[in-house]
Design a protein around this ligand. Sequence first.
Ligand SMILES: [Zn+2]
Length: 310
Amino acid sequence: MNQRYNSLNLYFWLLIAVSFGLVSVGLALSWMYGHTWVQVLGHICRVNFQHLKEHLPVATQLIIPTILLIVIIRGGMSLVRQLRTTGQLIRLFLPLRESLPVRVEVLLAAHGLKSEDIVFLNLPIAHAFCLGFWQPRIWLTTGLVNLLSNEELDAVLAHEAYHCRQRDPLRLLLVRTFKAAFFFLPLVGDFAQAAELQQEVGADQAAIAYLGDDLPLLCTIQKLLKIDSAERWPTAPYSPFNVTEARLRRLIYPSQPFCWQIYLPSGLISLGSMIILGIIVLLSVQPGLAQTSHCPYEHVALFHTDAYAS
Ligand SMILES: [Zn+2]
């Protein structure tokens, strides 16, 4: 794979680095203080949440585990929803698979594709997409094949073959899961959006490099613009050949310089959120705070498990 295309995955790897960093911090905190969190929660439940307002040092100890729980539930729900939608799509459309038209079959070898890598559906809508996590395949419809010339079909195959080689549906699955999990950090959302756009830009550049010309791709997009080519299953992590404004802008102005300023507001908000969370953690793990409070169950407010020995 061309080095230039790999560098386009920058936002995906930034998102993964930020998300794994946060998950690691969460796991480390759970490892160190999980036992104490459970005990604090147990005591608070036993006293029926009384005195909670008066004894904030105890309550703040539960902010971090609550956020961790929300992150796990949101991320898990997004993952399950995406996997379920993908399964439904495959179960719905795979039985409709038909043998490939000859004019598509003869184009495959040049892209390193075999006929089993393509799922051809006899449907009137014009649609092409890459679907599947471990062994992604290209799905094409009769509507699209009839709409395009051979050169334009070549552009679509080059675009979708790039998605398959890069396992972009799997990347999308992770991107959307982390975006849902860390919904309270706008920088993660921005990285997720940029990573999705980079997938499309990378696939477009691969198609242009393969054909040595951007005209077939632009003609394909123009034809698709005339019909309804909106994304049909937005919750499924698949890579459709659809036309978005951001993708068009990158095609028309390919040498746009990197503009880091657009990430400044979300970066500052995210940094502010992380600093607030960090302060909460620091305050929570300071035994002195709890000891100076007059909490009726202050012995459970200490983060050191030794405190339970007495
Ligand atoms: Zn695409």
